[in-house]
Design a protein around this ligand. Sequence first.
Ligand SMILES: *Cc1c(COP(=O)(O)O)cnc(C)c1O
Length: 455
Amino acid sequence: MKTIIEPFRIKAVEPIRMTTREQRRALLQGVHYNLFGLHSDDVIIDLLTDSGTSAMSAAQWGAVMRGDESYAGSPSFYEFESAVRELMPFRHVIPTHQGRAAEAILFSILGGTGRIVPSNTHFDTTRGNIEATGASAVDLLLEAARDPESLHPFKGNMDLAALEALLASSHEQVPVVMMTVTNNAGGGQPVSLENIQAAAAIAHRYGKPFFIDGCRFAENAWFIKSREPGQQDRAIPDIVRDMFAVADGMTMSAKKDAFANIGGWLALNDDAIAAAARNRLILTEGFPTYGGLAGRDLMAIAAGLREIVDENYLRYRVRTNEYIGERLLRLGVPIVRPVGGHAVFVDARRFLPHIPPLQYPGQALAVALYELGGVRSCEIGTVMFGLRPDGTEQAASIDLVRLAMPRRVYTQSHADYVVEVFEELARSRDSLRGYRIVKQPAQLRHFTAQFEPLA
Ligand SMILES: *Cc1c(COP(=O)(O)O)cnc(C)c1O
């Protein structure tokens, strides 16, 4: 059959509270045109993030009821540990309350002034945790991946020559080589198995551990299966095990590819680093058999990990984004191609060429999507990246709007609705105006900045 259906039925529902355009206009004024300020029940379709917003299955909710809340040695921990090790067979699995806690613990041990941590692209919390120790975070993304028009199948790949050159010149300063799968900051683009193995081999040749930021490991494995030569007949769990077989450790946010609403882990093979990590964990998160989590959360993650590697789910998951992407392209809405695993990125700078970057075309588009259809998205552009530490401003290299898909939450009619909002917007795009910022904090301004529409 051509139609790729949602591979689930719906047993419990959450009503969507409908609002009118007039109501949304007033709400926008009330939050100074910053979508982070909205109450989420004033949003019809919430595509702000795919993090922690997944719908849990009946099996996960059943597992939640079996959660054991013992302080030490809970069976829920051992169920979680064995579910992780089924896919990522690391010697030590250390639960944390979310991904960034795993990063903070890892880099409190491996980071430090003068150190350099290379990756294909660091996610912002990873970069933040590395830089907070005085180390520098370096992105070594493949050149082809920087071109939004390039249809390269693995636009998350590491530039291996650049990694080799960095290690040749500065290996003494490099404590670990990282790889983010999929590359979230780069549009959810995958990394090939060949590239993972080659990057690990380079790291190991210099005696460096190789760690994977595995937040979207299952989506990445699906892309390997569907795009990498020789991988088509392989089972997803086998591809996942191959991805992690060459790694010495990983960080993970269970809010992504574990279908959980909270949680994460740090896993690794080195006994000394694991011992240091557990000491740090006890100080900041909790005892090693629960980390920062309740036993029921560990159970939800264990059940979620068994579901996320299902091919029918992954085919549907990736198709959802492709479907929206294809329909937007047909409407003449420019997007980043190929479509990534967890989101569609709309090129707002090209969609609204009459709005200069310093009048925030991404913000203008995101606000218009909300006003017109109650759709909440996220600007990734000059608002997010344009403020320099000295307080001056510069245009970011891109002005995008990210439509991130929560897992198993919305149906095809919701997707059709989002496309229809764009269709309507495409007709009136010349009338959209830019914004100016009237108030902002010194850093991470996108969360709290206040805007005013330009006349
Ligand atoms: C979300 C994310 C993190 C951080 O995880 P949190 O659970 O949000 O702390 C790290 N890396 C990547 C690639 C992510 O997408």
